[in-house]
Design a protein around this ligand. Structure first.
Ligand SMILES: Cc1cc2nc3c(=O)[nH]c(=O)nc-3n(C[C@H](O)[C@H](O)[C@H](O)COP(=O)(O)OP(=O)(O)OC[C@H]3O[C@@H](n4cnc5c(N)ncnc54)[C@H](O)[C@@H]3O)c2cc1C
Length: 377
């Protein structure tokens, strides 16, 4: 059975959440590092495609886990959800990490055109023909299914960077085009983390023993570079102040939905009254058919729910869709949706992000320390 339904909807997300709470959630902390392989029930929640588009909000998923398992039982899962929040806050204050990845990808593509050896290794990697046990199956899973387990993503990125010696930006781009949960912040910063650029000087090295132990198939890759040094860069992304959010105006507004936030029912709109709704679809560059279909079904679902909730027409944005009304929208984090938003719309931030992002400018530990206070708030 496929891991995700054909249509990515909030109802499907709620069903997946309840299956997780009634199943693998109870054993999450102990089992989460194991990749059971394609076709098997995952050890983790597989909620990221829904969280990435906010068909489910981080707040409700965390609340449900705390309710089901208590503070201690849910601790690991809650901490993982906050990794997502952390990466988003970090990218907001280090947007060069996103733009730099694209520049790096373009430079790497130019190198492929000029360096036949690099081109050959890259072609073997994306065709799943490297001969590296595990890696070749994961490439096929990534392109066919749009999904990889977290531990596998770590091994994959590490082998790509340190054994195959391929430019990391090409790997990050491959993930963004194929992962159904492809997320500018989590993906870019995780690749940087594996490379040793996010926590500077500390890279993640994939080890044969670890892969054998944590894969149900018992993949046993020979010849990995297990002594690799971290990558370095001349100019790390500079830190910029967290951009300020807007406040909603009173009176009639047009609400713009985008792929970073498709739960308008829980957005705090103050005294604004929604009288038109438009949906803006901005797929990642080069997104696969699967990713585009997931985005489209999620947007359809968001628009249908918004129409029912606010009692006014909703549809894809078109010329003049908002009339003369002020346009309000949920905050779009650095990435394709933020780049496609009209310049004059009012951007509202959820409390969750407002409380967490100021703690996300450096390492994760500061945010982790703030989790109890954020949850009390
Ligand atoms: C190289 C690499 C690339 C990645 N690219 C993406 C990406 O494009 N989109 C994406 O959502 N995640 C990405 N991740 C993070 C992580 O792998 C996925 O969020 C996780 O595998 C999703 O599976 P799950 O929903 O079953 O997670 P669970 O383990 O059930 O965790 C619950 C939720 O917490 C969040 N989460 C869990 N682990 C992480 C993590 N390490 N970093 C950030 N958030 C996390 C996710 O929203 C997830 O749905 C990447 C990790 C690596 C190492």
């Amino acid at each position: 059975m496929p891991l995700f339904p054909t249509a990515l909807t909030r109802d499907a997300g709620l069903a997946a959440l309840s299956a997780f709470l009634g199943g693998p959630g109870a054993d999450y902390a102990a089992a989460r590092n194991t990749d059971r392989g394609r076709g098997a029930q995952p050890t983790t929640s597989a909620l990221s495609p829904y969280l990435r588009r906010r068909l489910l909000t981080e707040a409700e998923v965390v609340e449900a886990a705390l309710h089901a398992f208590g503070d201690e039982g849910a601790e690991k899962f809650v901490s993982e959800v906050f990794w997502r929040t952390y990466f988003k806050g970090h990218l907001e204050t280090h947007p060069d990490a996103w733009t730099g990845t694209r520049t790096g990808r373009d430079a790497a593509l130019a190198r492929l055109a000029e360096e036949p050896r690099l081109r050959r290794i890259h072609e073997q990697a994306i065709a799943g023909e490297t001969g590296i046990d595990g890696f070749d199956s994961w490439v096929v899973q990534l392109t066919e299914e749009g999904w990889l387990h977290n531990h596998t993503r770590m091994w994959f990125a590490s082998i790509w960077i340190f054994t195959l010696r391929l430019p990391w930006e090409l790997g990050a781009d491959l993930f963004m085009r194929h992962l159904i949960d492809g997320d500018p912040a989590s993906n870019t910063l995780s690749w940087r983390w594996v490379a040793g650029l996010h926590t500077r000087g500390k890279n993640y090295v994939a080890r044969r023993d670890n892969i054998r132990r944590y894969t149900a198939e018992g993949f046993d890759p020979d010849g990995l570079d297990e002594d690799a040094e971290p990558l370095d860069e001349a100019k790390p992304p500079r830190e910029v102040p967290l951009p300020k959010a807007d406040t909603p105006p009173a009176g009639d507004v047009a609400l713009l939905l985008h792929l970073d936030d498709l739960h308008p029912e829980s957005l705090d709109l103050g005294a604004a009254r929604v009288s038109r709704i438009g949906g803006l679809l901005a797929h990642p560059e080069g997104a696969s058919e699967k990713v585009r279909a997931a985005d489209e079904s999620a947007m359809r679902d968001g628009l249908a729910r918004a129409e029912a909730h606010f009692g006014c027409p909703a549809g894809p944005v078109s010329e003049g869709w908002a009339g003369d009304l002020p346009v309000v929208t949920a905050w779009a984090t650095v990435g394709p949706s933020a780049e496609a938003l009209p310049g004059d719309c009012l951007r509202l931030r959820r409390d969750w992000d407002e409380r967490a992002w100021p703690l996300s400018t450096r390492g994760y530990s500061r945010l982790r320390g703030g989790i109890p206070k954020i949850l009390r708030g």
